[in-house]
Design a protein around this ligand. Structure first.
Ligand code: SF4
Length: 241
């Protein structure tokens, strides 16, 4: 396996594929997914842990990745956008600053999926992003530490572009932490779409998480936000990756 020699000119990718967006307000659009290798977080519900192992990484230069995406675009037909996902793409911000200008020069729409915890890295690449799908991470959902200040700083930068905020809800999620996420969104711009996503398990949508959303979370965040939606993850239901 080739190792990363320069984090500015090369990156680690675990997979590249054409599929449908399975989450959030752009549900169902056809995208090329570029899955970056590593992540700065450790969420208990993460379904990408296996792909985040170094043995699955392929090293790409900015030129080689651009060429591969153009090849997929011509092989699979036109796509709505290129979804940068992970892991967390912003873990590789120096590389993105090399790669994204090339992608924009090809006329591609850039859809950034991120855990919303790396504001400095976002500020380095936000000018090349078109849509930012930002997660907020209540510690009772993830089992990781809180990122409140980072989330707020991140959203204040992301608001320059189209942005929506997504919160994954598990049966362990504390309603007051989701309320705190909603409070950050309200303080930045109450019109930002706020998506509640009940966690999925191998049997489908987790019904305890859905019930928690319906009974405790929605009533506690209903005031002051203009666009709250409950949208489950659809990949597993559609049987696509
Ligand atoms: S932020 Fe996303 S990729 Fe990273 S550990 Fe959490 S769920 Fe997994």
């Amino acid at each position: 396996m080739k190792r990363l020699s320069d984090p500015q000119t090369e990156t680690e990718i675990s997979e590249i594929f054409s599929s449908l967006q399975g989450e959030g307000p752009h549900l169902g659009v056809k995208q090329i997914f570029v899955r970056f290798g590593r992540c700065n977080m450790h969420c208990g519900y993460c379904d990408e842990l296996e792909k985040m192992k170094e043995e699955h990484f392929q090293v790409f230069s900015a030129d080689a990745l651009t060429t591969e995406l153009e090849r997929l675009e011509s092989e699979k037909g036109s796509h709505h956008s290129v979804a940068l996902t992970g892991g967390d793409p912003l873990f590789y911000a120096p590389f993105l600053a090399e790669f994204l200008p090339r992608l924009k020069a090809k006329g591609r729409l850039v859809y950034l999926e991120t855990n919303g915890t790396l504001p400095r890295e976002l500020s380095e690449v936000v000018k090349w992003c078109d849509i930012i799908a930002m997660d907020m991470k209540p510690p009772t959902s993830t089992g990781d530490r809180p990122f409140w200040a980072a989330h707020e700083e991140f959203l204040k930068i992301a608001i320059r572009k189209e942005v929506f905020v997504k919160v994954v809800v598990t049966p362990e999620t504390a309603a007051d932490e989701v309320k705190r996420c909603a409070g950050i969104v309200k303080s930045v711009n109450p019109k930002i779409p706020f998506i509640l996503q009940p966690v999925s398990d191998p049997f489908g949508i987790n019904t305890q998480a859905l019930s928690l959303i319906e009974k405790e979370i929605l009533p506690s965040i209903s005031e002051g936000l203009f666009d709250v939606r409950v949208i489950p993850q659809m990949h597993k239901i559609w049987g696509v990756r």
